[in-house]
Design a protein around this ligand. Structure first.
Ligand code: NAP
Ligand code: F7E
Length: 764
């Protein structure tokens, strides 16, 4: 799949171009400015705001330009961002030179460093011709720029040409003449006219004040021009192309056509005022797009008259719907929930509940600043700056009450490599098989039905289906992909996205979707659920399994709290979220996975073939009785957690100073939370024993404990094993019988801190 980076994605051209690229199957990244009033209305109008990967970047900020190239790693860059209003450029000439001119050199430099094979498009303009003496302008016509904007653009144009030749890169320029559309900014004369005509026709205004009515421009339809610029980058060689209609019309003609659409005489309404004239006017522009016609096979289709009508009609309809009480498209929500924004910050903090959006968030428990769980090489020295707070907050909205992390580590960094492999232990294999069995009991699967596992890890769950179906998985961790591909139909090495699914399975839906131990990891659960709704067959089911809140609180399992898991759901908070998307929970089961999980069966509300089981209401009642809606329940949990920390640290510290040797048993991912929170490190705990040979020779991040095999640990015979996967302690007692009978002891941190030896269990 080709990847494109579009700078200025929030502008008229950026929006239309992105739509075209998405339709052609590109993955589209777009830069936008972090401003106090974000501007996504065009993307929302075209309904592509959720499909574009947005990267904050400002043209005057080299760092953000570099980051946007790094994040998107594009095949093609379309540089459309600019301060594009000619009138303002007289007032802000220096800023214009920086943004519209110099920034292009910065992008070209960044591109050379990142990957000189990237194709680059520069948005040049007919304004560069200025007050030239020629009847028509083509690629060979000399330039006489007549505004700071035109001069900046000419600099950008020449620098692109110079870099093309000097560095042999694919850098092309489109010299586009004025192109308009209903998405045009209101400052430009075309929209200013069509919007005013709409208001006047509805009796909302009685005059339109303009500047130079005699100026003539070559006006075309923006959508078609974006098709042309895509073609420019698909040529064999980089080049410059003029894109225009070849017709020139005066502003007064535009005005007349626009008033004609609503049957009014323009002369009654239009006035001119000096303030709308420019210090230097360009009287006449008319392009010649012969080269584009020949080489790009591109020709404009929309006539001047038609263009004006399209714009007036759209503005009239916007005003009419405004009068009917609806908002204008540009008054759309500033940050619609499902935007995909890539931030270079390693961490961000929420101010609103990730599920319901309320800002009533109460602090519950802080586990301090921690490194995201990892196992690192011996010579790796972690940087304090990479620590991210691990803090729980509780949503105070009654219907929601979602417990969640306040801070979020960059997702990419968390999942590039994932340490946990489902197939590695028998217990987990059985647990996953139990899921597919429970599904196949509830739904009849026919051949070729698609079953989708999101976060499919090494493919163990998919392979456990008995029915002959298409086994499809999404998995972002690249180290798991090869294994996942065995015996499955299609594994997509990425986070789940509806678009990605549809690319591989156009017009198909899933009969079953499973998301096991991953739903609580989502930074934007609402957009995920929206995608599920669109991906799930009306008669299909979705199974969510993840750690459940009641056992976590009952067992004081604070080690469930890791940077990956952003949410800690109760059935009630999950129900509230799913119902807001037209989904319904029809059954729920509890199991022992991860020390206590729930498995939730979900269907479309409209599907009345499936009965709602009593289990749902029963568990909701139990949650009420347990006090899950009360903040105090969580504060009590926090208190207990802090006392475990003290007991554990004091005991280990004391035994270590008594000369006792303590090892970790089971260097689990969640164990890193406990070690870091309780200030345990290689000074107090000498080694960590694990089964997974991939971890041997590595160290636990932050606590710096070297990992060895279980065999080696047994031979070295420490005095204590600190059991990190404490919920498996009964199983370990069997496995380490010999260690225990030789006098070794287990330190079990939770549910209550205790010491276990062969024949006694004592609390310290
Ligand atoms: P537009 O609607 O004004 O869009 C300009 C885009 O640039 C917007 O996304 C804007 O972001 C962004 N931008 C402005 N300053 C920026 C900065 N400092 N850093 C990052 N982004 C910034 O323009 P357009 O009509 O789509 O035109 C696209 C390109 O083609 C421009 O380069 C323009 O000069 C050129 N061009 C246009 C025409 C035409 O007739 N439309 C003709 C020839 C050439 P915000 O949304 O945050 O403002
Ligand atoms: O002006 C005259 C004005 O602002 C068109 C940009 O996209 O196209 C655009 O630049 C003409 C000018 O566009 C008003 O003096 C009269 O002669 O719509 P405009 P522009 O300046 O041609 C080029 C190709 C670009 O590259 C630019 O980025 O209309 N005019 N009365 C007026 N113009 C405005 N804005 N407002 C008036 O009231």
């Amino acid at each position: 799949m080709k990847k494109a980076l579009v700078t200025g994605v929030t502008g008229q051209d950026g929006a239309y171009l992105s739509k075209i690229l998405l339709e052609k199957g590109y993955k589209v990244y777009g830069t936008f400015r972090r401003v106090s009033t974000p501007n996504f209305w065009r993307l929302q109008t075209l309904d592509i705001h959720t499909k574009i990967h947005l990267i904050p970047a400002d043209l005057i900020d080299m760092g953000s330009l570099l980051e946007s190239l790094k994040v998107s790693d594009p095949d093609e860059v379309y540089n459309l961002a600019a301060s594009s209003y000619v009138g303002t450029s007289f007032e802000e000439a220096v800023a214009n030179a920086e943004i519209t001119g110099l920034a292009v050199t910065k992008i070209l430099e960044a591109l050379l460093h990142q990957n000189p094979n990237i194709k680059f498009y520069q948005a040049s303009t007919s304004e560069m011709y200025g007050n030239n003496k020629f009847k028509t302008q083509n690629e060979e016509t000399p330039f006489y720029p007549a505004s700071p904007y035109a001069i900046s653009k000419l600099y950008a144009h020449w620098i692109t040409n110079v870099y093309r030749k000097s560095y042999d890169i694919f850098a092309s320029c489109g010299i586009l003449f004025n192109h308009e559309s209903p998405l045009r900014g209101m400052e430009f004369v075309s929209r200013k006219i069509t919007n005013a005509v709409a208001e006047i026709s509805l009796g909302l205004k009685d005059k339109l004040v303009l500047g130079n009515l005699k100026a003539k421009r070559d006006w075309g339809f923006a959508v078609e021009y974006m098709d042309a610029i895509h073609k420019i980058l698909q040529q064999d060689k980089p080049d410059n192309f003029v894109i225009c209609t070849g017709e020139s019309h005066a502003v007064s003609e535009f005005v007349k056509e626009a008033f004609d659409v609503v049957g009014l005489n323009w002369k009654k309404y239009v006035k001119t005022e000096k303030k709308f004239f420019r210090p230097i006017e360009i009287d006449y522009l008319r392009g010649n797009a012969k080269k584009a016609a020949e080489q790009l096979k591109w020709k404009p289709k929309t006539t001047f008259k038609k263009l004006v009508k399209i714009m007036v009609d759209e503005d009239v309809s916007r005003w009419k719907s405004f009068l009917d009480g609806k908002a204008f498209p540009w008054d759309a929500p500033l940050y619609p929930k499902s935007l995909k924004i890539h931030s270079k910050l390693k961490m961000s903090a929420i101010t609103e509940c990730r599920s319901c959006g309320t800002s009533d968030l109460f602090p519950i428990l802080s586990l301090g600043n921690q490194y995201p769980s990892n196992f690192v090489d011996e010579d790796f020295s972690p940087n304090e700056k990479d620590k991210i707070p691990l803090e729980l907050v509780f949503c105070g909205k009654k219907e929601c009450g979602l417990l969640q992390l306040k801070h979020m580590a960059s997702r990419e960094s968390l999942y590039k490599r994932y340490w946990f492999r489902s197939g590695l232990n028998e217990t987990m294999r059985k647990a996953l098989q139990d899921i597919t069995e429970s599904i196949e009991k509830r739904i009849t699967l026919s051949q070729d039905d698609i079953v989708l596992d999101i976060g499919c890890n090494d493919g163990t769950l998919l392979r456990s289906y008995q029915s002959n179906v298409q086994l499809v998985g999404f998995e972002p961790a690249s180290n798991l992909i090869d294994e996942a591909k065995h015996g499955t139909t299609k594994i997509i090495n990425d986070f789940f996205l509806l678009d990605e699914f549809e690319k591989h399975f156009p017009n198909e839906k899933c009969k079953v979707i499973t998301s096991i131990a991953m739903f609580y990891d989502l930074e934007d659960p609402n957009s995920f659920v929206t995608d599920i709704v669109n991906c799930l067959d009306q008669s299909g089911i979705w199974v969510i399994q993840m750690a459940y809140l009641i056992p976590m609180l009952e067992q004081n399992a604070f080690d469930n709290i890791v940077h990956e898991h952003l949410q800690y759901y109760s059935l009630k908070s999950l129900k509230n979220l799913l119902e807001s998307h037209g989904l319904e929970i029809f059954d729920v089961e509890l199991n022992d996975v991860y020390g206590g999980s729930f498995r939730v069966f979900v269907k479309n509300k409209k599907n009345d073939q499936i009965q709602i089981q009593n289990s749902v209401n029963e568990l909701l009642t139990k949650e009420e009785q347990f006090g899950l809606s009360e903040k105090q329940t969580y504060l009590d949990f926090a208190k207990r957690v802090n006392s475990i920390k003290d007991e554990l640290y004091d005991f280990i510290n004391q035994e270590s100073s008594n000369g006792k040797i303590i090892y970790v048993y089971g260097a689990s991912t969640k164990g890193n939370t406990l070690l870091q929170f309780c200030n345990l490190n290689d000074k107090l705990i000498k080694k960590a024993a694990d089964r997974d040979s991939v971890k041997f020779g590595k160290r636990t991040i932050g606590s710096n404990i070297p990992i060895i095999s279980e065999e080696q640990a047994r031979q070295e015979n420490p005095d204590y094993f600190l059991i990190l996967p404490w919920h498996l302690v009964e199983f370990f007692k069997e496995r380490e019988k010999e260690f225990l009978s030789n006098g070794g002891k287990f330190i079990v941190p939770m549910p209550k801190f205790k010491i276990m030896s062969n024949n006694e269990t004592s609390h310290s």
